[in-house]
Ligand binder design. Structure first.
Ligand code: UDP
Ligand code: MG
Length: 328
């Protein structure tokens, strides 16, 4: 059977009442230009404001509007994931709710998709209206990530992108809990291409990514796609024990052939500090990975939906889904 919805647009939202109406209107204008069937899939990530009500009202008279209403805030990456689970389109587009990503670019993405690309991601050449710290830290993050993994995760690229149905079906089979969606998209492969754009200022409201969340995203990105931090701890440890050993020979020499050893207290402290610091660092790195292993073994669902409007429920058990795929 031919799919009814050609395009699914996923819009994660968390306390976006100030912009959501405008976002809806602009998406509507853009999507109607395609001349094909589409759905606007809003995922309300536990907003405490009227975001969900505004969208629900729209859904009463606009059948293209759908709403997945989470029982609480589960986070941006999970909201996107839920959107993909529910999306019915042949091409799935992810866009932020705050109009920082220009919806008009979707038409260009669709053109690329029609040329045969299965993933079209949007690469930011400029970011306006964001603090210097945010730009700097984001840029650093993408570069560290790139240096630490073999997976070709493009730099300066957020989640604003178009994906073919096949790509989304593959993503749905990945069971991990600590999700870094843009990395997973790179990991699944397929024909990928970039479109460049200038990122606008937020239309209204403020960022929902304070430093703490940015750090979480950053650590998720790096630990999900790289063992390098663990290896780095090993290298550092080897180097430090190496130099520690050399220093010990020197100390032995001092003790045996000179009478200067009584002054050794500062160096003792120095060595202890370095080593203790290093052991703690290493424990921290191990902790990050062990914590993630724990998360995955718990096998909790990624999210809980309070209610959904206008969509059919998808299969939610990721492991079950994997098995179904396996025996197909
Ligand atoms: N968002 C979400 N859940 C969260 C945080 C953010 O669904 O816990 C949404 C938010 O509403 C927006 C998108 O994710 O549509 C990106 O967030 P934001 O614009 O605050 O991030 P920034 O652009 O500042 O990096
Ligand atoms: Mg934003």
């Amino acid at each position: 059977m031919k799919n009814k919805n050609r395009y699914s647009v996923i819009i994660p939202m968390y306390n976006e009442e100030a912009v959501i109406q405008d976002t809806y209107r602009r998406l509507k204008t853009v999507m109607s230009k395609t001349g094909e069937a589409y759905e606007l899939l809003f995922v309300n990530d536990g907003s405490k404001d009227r975001s969900a009500e505004i969208i629900r009202e729209c859904s009463y008279w606009d059948p293209t509007v759908k709403l997945i209403d989470f029982s609480r805030n589960f986070g941006h990456q999970i909201a996107i994931t839920a959107g993909m689970d529910y999306a019915a389109g042949d091409a799935i587009i992810i866009i932020d709710a705050d109009l920082q990503d220009p919806p008009e670019l979707i038409l260009d993405m669709i053109a690329k998709w029609q040329d045969g690309f299965e993933v079209v991601y949007a690469k930011r050449t400029k970011r306006s209206g964001e603090s210097r710290f945010k730009k700097w830290s984001a840029s650093l993050f993408y570069r560290v990530l790139k240096a630490s993994t073999e997976v070709p995760i493009p730099v300066d690229t957020g989640d604003f992108r178009l994906m073919d149905r096949r790509v989304v079906d593959e993503l749905k089979r990945l069971p991990e809990n600590n999700r870094f969606v843009r990395g997973l998209v790179s990991w699944v492969g397929f024909r990928q291409t970039a479109l460049e754009y200038e990122r606008d200022e937020r239309l209204a409201g403020e960022t929902k990514y304070p430093l703490k969340r940015m750090i979480k995203l950053c650590i998720d990105g790096i630990t999900s796609f790289s063992y390098k931090p663990l290896k780095l701890a090993g290298y550092l440890g080897a180097m430090l024990s190496g130099s520690g050993f050399l220093y010990f020979i020197y100390v032995l020499y001092l003790a045996l052939f000179t009478d200067a050893t009584i002054k050794g207290w500062p160096s003792m402290i120095g060595v202890m500090l370095i080593f203790n610091g290093f052991v703690l660092l290493m424990l921290g790195v191990l902790g990050e990975y062990v914590g993630r292993i724990y998360d995955e073994t718990k096998g909790r669902p990624l999210y809980i939906v309070r209610e959904s409007y206008g969509t059919a429920s998808p299969i939610q058990d990721r492991t079950a889904m994997q098995q179904v795929r396996h025996y197909e």
